[in-house]
Design a protein around this ligand. Structure first.
Ligand code: T5A
Length: 206
């Protein structure tokens, strides 16, 4: 049984990651590929409990504790879901992964990319995506999409513009450093164009 593929989707809040994950999974299923869609933080019971904690508005959580909570949720997801699915040959479309921590905690919280990378290598045992799609969007447009949703803004979504600008710059630097793994997609386009660009970006894996 060949190992499945891990496709991660990244970008600022409101960029359209969840929308793309659904569209991509449907398109892959139509091609006869078995695919699971998971999200971070979350995807399995313990990680969903940690998600509720780390995104709760009004809760004061230090930057290092925040980075470790995301890494802990990720460790559980890898052990309980990602490794078994990939070993069984299933593809996984994952809404956020390690690059989110590098961008949000490493750059947004200014903890530094390398220390955050190092705790995540421990958390994931070095699991790396086969392809990462970063949805690029101007922070104000992402924010306006987040605000248009019914759900109230979570703890991180309440941060200021400078926080999201640091994250956007970090994503651009990560993409420039790993052009084979990471592809960027202009998320200001409509959902159909974003899906088309995503399929083009994974075509060599199909
Ligand atoms: N976080 C997460 C960290 O700080 N570190 C980490 O390691 C990890 C894993 C929760 C928070 O945790 C932080 C980042 C977050 O602040 P999350 O649940 O992924 O993570 O939070 P969001 O990114 O805010 O998720 P959203 O669901 O809000 O945003 P999406 O998934 O990017 O956007 P989506 O698809 O839900 O779309 C938002 C709205 O825009 C519309 C949709 O219909 C929806 O109304 N839309 C479009 N409109 C026009 N054109 C398009 N192309 C559109 N695509 C979607």
């Amino acid at each position: 049984m060949p190992r499945g593929r891990l496709i991660t989707i990244e970008g600022l809040d409101g960029a359209g990651k969840t929308t793309l994950a659904g569209g991509l999974a449907e398109a892959l299923t139509q091609r006869g590929i078995e695919v699971s869609v998971l999200r971070e933080p979350g995807g399995v019971h313990v990680a969903e409990r940690l998600r509720a904690l780390v995104t709760e508005p009004g809760l004061a959580i230090g930057a290092r504790a925040e980075a470790l909570l995301y890494a802990a949720a990720r460790a559980q997801l890898v052990e309980e879901a990602l490794d078994p699915l990939l070993h069984a040959g299933s593809w996984v479309v994952l809404d956020r992964f390690v690059d989110s921590s590098l961008a949000y905690q490493g750059a947004g919280r200014a903890l530094g990319i390398e220390p955050v990378r190092s705790i995540n290598e421990f958390a994931t045992s070095g699991l790396s995506p086969d392809r990462t799609l970063i949805l690029t969007i101007d922070p104000p447009l992402g924010r306006s999409r987040s605000r248009a949703r019914a759900n109230p803004l979570d703890r991180l979504e309440r941060e200021d513009d400078a926080f999201f600008e640091r994250i956007a710059r970090a994503y651009a630097e990560l993409a420039a450093a790993e052009p084979e793994r990471i592809r960027t997609i202009d998320a200001s386009q409509g959902p159909d164009q974003v899906l088309e660009a995503a399929l083009a970006a994974i075509r060599d894996l199909l």
